[in-house]
Design a binder for this molecule. Structure first.
Ligand code: SF4
Ligand code: SF4
Length: 128
């Protein structure tokens, strides 16, 4: 499955989000190289599946402890943490969650636009 959400002229990509079409099959969760996908109702943490310890700056500049646990973004369906999603940059050629989702509900999120360079920088921050 090929995703064409990247605009080559401006080199921007969009984060991936999970829509309400999710059937909670769980196929996407183990495929994420950043542990950015969580089951609905489960608290998320920067340190889950990463090498980060101690202080970590979120995308909005808020500094948290990597081990802090945060409220689920969704309680009913699987969700993606934007602070951990690198759109698979640095690991795979396409978003793995979208590639395996049986109902195609992992889609570009227009709320989050990041350059490939920014995504690669995020990836380096998560896996030092
Ligand atoms: Fe994880 Fe990649 Fe999906 Fe982002 S696009 S949630 S990094 S599998
Ligand atoms: Fe939901 Fe798709 Fe993930 Fe299955 S693979 S849990 S349907 S987002």
């Amino acid at each position: 499955m090929i995703y064409l959400y990247q605009n080559p002229k401006i080199n921007y990509t969009m984060a991936i989000k999970i829509t309400e079409e999710c059937i909670n099959c769980g196929a996407c969760e183990p495929e994420c190289p950043n542990n950015a996908i969580y089951e609905g109702g489960v608290e998320w943490s920067i340190s889950d599946g990463t090498t980060i310890k101690g202080e970590f700056a979120l995308m909005d500049g808020t500094v948290v402890n990597a081990e802090d646990r945060f409220a689920p973004i969704s309680v009913d369906i699987y969700y993606i943490v934007p602070n951990k999603c690198t759109e698979c940059q640095g690991f795979h050629e396409e978003p793995q969650c979208a590639a395996v989702c049986p109902v195609d509900c992992c889609v570009p999120d227009e709320m989050y636009r990041e350059t490939v360079e920014e995504l690669m920088s995020k990836k380096e921050k998560l896996h030092v």
